[in-house]
Design a protein around this ligand. Structure first.
Ligand code: NAD
Ligand code: DAU
Length: 333
């Protein structure tokens, strides 16, 4: 493996992954295909725009001619797919685009992987495909799929397509399922960057429902490292759960941010998200024991550094907020 097509590499995790791979594998070439939707940001790649090992291409993973052209031209041997719609709230309002990008787009990538005989296809998936947990227990790779939102249903559908390409055609595929990521370059619609922005701008900090929902937080750097390991050592057809055993309620997350920004008085309980999953918690034993993955970040260090990053990079996120004001006029599902 040395010529990677990374899709969605202008988004939050994808951009972190492209940086991670260029830093850790200077002998790899990375072709980065991204549609630059509202969540894709070319400025996430400013510091690598002159790197000869990184080629950015603006386009859709569903565009068959384009993806085939890239595979042929750059002798692609591996596809890592981050591209897609990622926000649960948007999927509740507008599910159509989630079907197009998260399912039909994946089908196109799988089909091209098969026809071109590529070495590997890696699908970046999510713990949300497993649904919601009660107060105890963890998601393992054997937990049945039970997605609850249009977003997670689209991701679960893609996972099943990936599985079918392994079972039917014997393709070398892997699926990684990760818990909630945090870190630099996350679009400020997601819990952590949104609360930081609201804290700084004198706005209310809107906690959905009672704020007792639990997410299992993982630093994006540790996620990137795990994906790299699966690329190098993952066994064909296998699924790997990734999570850092950092379960926190939304209330705990918002309190950390509010305390740091001295705005505890602006925490406001608002109407819950429809179907808001109660608890996610990953069992990462398989990737730890079989591939030797070990997260580097403790949650305390990671969240502190992340808040600092957003405080130091207002010039990165403020234009995104401005642009998002007009989003509803352009968004088509
Ligand atoms: P993001 O929304 O920040 O980025 C998604 C990127 O995909 C954007 O750059 C966007 O322009 C691009 N994109 C969307 N549709 C496309 C298309 N049809 N063709 C090409 N590019 C397209 O998302 P993220 O948080 O970085 O998540 C990346 C992937 O990881 C997603 O598939 C998501 O389901 C999965 N995931 C995310 C998390 C998380 O906590 N953020 C956790 C587990 C899994
Ligand atoms: O678990 C992995 C998933 O994590 C990924 O697959 C998704 O792509 C990613 O967006 C994320 O999904 P969540 O729905 O868990 O993340 P979000 O940041 O949208 O919300 C986290 C929790 O915080 C959830 O219970 C809803 C709540 N919330 C969110 C927002 C934006 C609030 O209370 N207030 C808010 O304003």
């Amino acid at each position: 493996m040395k010529n990677l097509l990374v899709t969605g590499g202008a988004g939050f995790i994808g951009a972190n992954f492209v940086h991670y791979m260029l830093d850790n594998h200077p002998d790899y070439k990375i072709v980065n295909l991204d549609l630059l939707t509202y969540a894709g940001n070319i400025h996430n790649l400013d510091d690598i725009k002159d790197n000869p090992n990184h080629i950015f291409v603006h386009g859709n993973i569903g565009n068959r001619e384009l993806v085939e052209y890239l595979v042929d031209t750059y002798h692609i041997d591996t596809i890592v797919n981050f591209a897609g719609e990622s926000h649960v709230d948007r999927s509740i309002v507008n599910p159509g685009i989630f079907i197009d990008s998260n399912i039909k787009g994946v089908l196109n990538l799988l089909d091209i992987t098969k026809r071109k005989g590529l070495e590997k296809y890696l699908q970046v998936s999510t713990d949300e495909v497993y649904g919601s947990l009660g107060p105890d227990g963890y998601f393992t790779e054997e937990t049945p799929l039970a997605p609850n939102s249009p977003y997670s249903a689209s991701k679960a559908s893609a996972d099943l397509l990936v599985r079918s390409y392994y079972e039917t055609y014997g393709m070398n595929v892997n699926i990684t399922r990760c818990s909630n990521n945090y870190g630099p370059y996350q679009f400020p619609e997601k819990l952590i960057p949104l609360m930081i922005q609201h804290g700084l701008d004198g706005l209310e900090l809107p906690v959905y429902g009672d704020g007792k929902n639990i997410r299992d937080w993982l630093h994006v750097y540790d996620h990137c490292q795990a994906i790299d390991l699966v690329l190098q050592k993952g066994k064909p057809g296998e699924i790997y759960n990734i999570g850092g055993h950092n379960e926190r309620s939304n209330n705990q997350i918002v309190e950390i941010i509010a305390k740091r920004l001295h705005c505890e008085d602006r925490i406001k309980y608002v109407t819950d998200r429809l179907g808001n999953d109660k608890r996610y918690a990953m069992d990462p034993t398989k990737i730890e024991t079989e591939l030797g993955w070990k997260p580097k970040y403790t949650f305390d260090t990671g969240i502190g550094e992340t808040i600092d990053w957003y405080l130091d990079h207002e010039d990165w996120w403020r234009p995104l907020i401005e642009k998002a004001k007009f989003d509803r006029f352009n968004y088509q599902g």
